[in-house]
Design a protein around this ligand. Structure first.
Ligand SMILES: CC(C)(COP(=O)(O)OP(=O)(O)OC[C@H]1O[C@@H](n2cnc3c(N)ncnc32)[C@H](O)[C@@H]1OP(=O)(O)O)[C@@H](O)C(=O)NCCC(=O)NCCS
Length: 245
């Protein structure tokens, strides 16, 4: 958990992970869904998935998205007296979610590697863990305050912590990858500033699978020019960073 204050107010931000071994999983899944749907409405081009499709999913799919290998990081905005009190579940249910990100892993080499993407091939896959970071979002009213950066750092820290906990993990490294729209040059530059390096090109189909949404890829992605262009064009930029644990 990481907490940090906004210097001008009683507002402070905290990043928590959504727990899955909780009796309040249904309520947390519903809040996760509602926050993501609001984000999709506010930012239609910010994600691989679209609001019109996401709103149709049953709550069970949102619940499944909270479970391994996915971990959801939430940035809470907490105000006034009593902020920071209560269990993680109580705080997550009571406070406003102003940022989110998903870290998925550790992933097997077969799940992670995309043979046609041009991504780097590790010397020894046994000596690293593999992670995919996706769905990064902060709400417009709270942007420009470093929250996206904090969510990124929390994801890197989670990958480190989980790797260290593995047998022999102290001697391993963690490889964290993300995909993005290459047109967002400023975002590419931010990640470069955070020591991420360009690591190949992905298709929308590969992005859905990496994000944990394999079941949402249509069975037919090749029978028309339109389908091929949508699902198989190698357009998304992959970036990755390898961290010591
Ligand atoms: C991208 C996004 C997460 C950034 O959130 P944020 O909380 O404003 O980011 P931060 O405050 O942590 O800013 C990090 C850096 O990005 C810069 N930045 C943020 N938004 C920017 C913009 N629109 N244009 C240029 N630079 C920008 C900040 O100045 C900061 O740079 P610095 O470290 O040199 O000061 C947010 O705009 C968003 O949710 N967009 C919609 C969804 C999306 O595109 N997600 C990314 C998917 S890969």
């Amino acid at each position: 958990m990481a907490s940090f204050s906004n210097p001008d107010s009683t507002l402070s931000y905290t990043i928590l992970r959504i727990p899955v071994d909780t009796s309040q999983l249904i309520e947390l899944s519903a809040k996760f869904r509602d926050t993501k749907l609001a984000a999709l409405q506010a930012e239609p081009t910010g994600f691989a998935v679209k609001f019109e499709e996401e709103i149709l999913h049953p709550l069970s799919l949102w619940q499944q998205r909270l479970s391994a290998p996915s971990t959801i990081l939430v940035c809470l905005a907490e105000y006034g007296v009593g902020k920071g009190e209560g269990t993680d579940e109580e705080r997550l249910l009571a406070q406003e979610w102003v940022g989110m990100g998903t870290i998925r892993g550790p992933l097997t080499y077969a799940m992670f590697h995309l043979p046609e993407s041009g991504q780097p091939i590790p010397e020894n896959p046994e000596l690293e863990t593999r992670w995919h970071f996706c769905n990064l979002y902060t709400s417009a009213a709270h942007r420009g305050r470093g929250l996206a950066k904090r969510l990124n750092i929390a994801a890197l820290e989670y990958a480190r912590e989980q790797t260290r906990a593995l047998e022999g993990g102290d001697h391993m490294k963690a490889r964290i990858r993300l995909f993005m729209n290459p047109e967002k040059v400023w975002l590419v530059n931010i990640y470069k500033g955070m020591e991420f390096k360009e690591a190949g090109k992905c298709t929308l189909g590969e992005a859905f699978v990496a994000n944990g949404d394999a079941e949402l890829v249509p069975k037919d992605t090749v029978s028309s020019e339109e389908l091929r262009g949508k699902w198989n064009r190698r357009y998304g930029l992959a970036m990755e960073r390898i961290v010591e644990v």
